[in-house]
Design a protein. Sequence first.
Length: 200
Amino acid sequence: MLLAAVPDCVAVLSTMPSTQVNLRELQAPIKARYQSDPTAAKITLRVKSSASDLADPLHCAIMPEAAPDVTWQSGAHPGVGGVGDVPCSGDLLLGALAACQEVTIRMVAAAMGIELEALEVEAIGDLDLRGTLGMDREVPVGFSAIRCQTRVTIKDDGRPERAKRLLENAERYCVVLNTLRGGVPVESRFALQSSTPVSS
């Protein structure tokens, strides 16, 4: 058994048998399409609010356009007055990182024919809640640091260079990890609408 760890990138510990998916075969026509038409590879993901009780200032619901039957519940962290019964938005951000890193490792391992025996990803973020509570203008709003720890156990095939390549590729191709590291322009627009008073 070979235990390898990515030094820089929460999913639960999982034990996996050899994959039943031929990823190369699955992705071959997709890559061929993108090769002949690069614009087809450009996608836009969208997540939006789902109906929830507007009288409740501590909870909300959102849904991804790609899976409209799925609703993610979220709410304020207890450190700012929340109940703590659902993940806060920071949890969802860290969850996106952990999920992306784990799926990327699974896919890279499958493509390389590497059998995973155990995999655990943990994303940890630090922030000072005084910022979001508006208590001190010198305290930034948001995470000050994020750490992602990945622990992988693979079946030893006597080729340690493949394990190293697995980890390098998993780090290289993780979308969320590279988005957070590199940063992207984020535009935020607000539109205020007033409802028409009902005449008596």
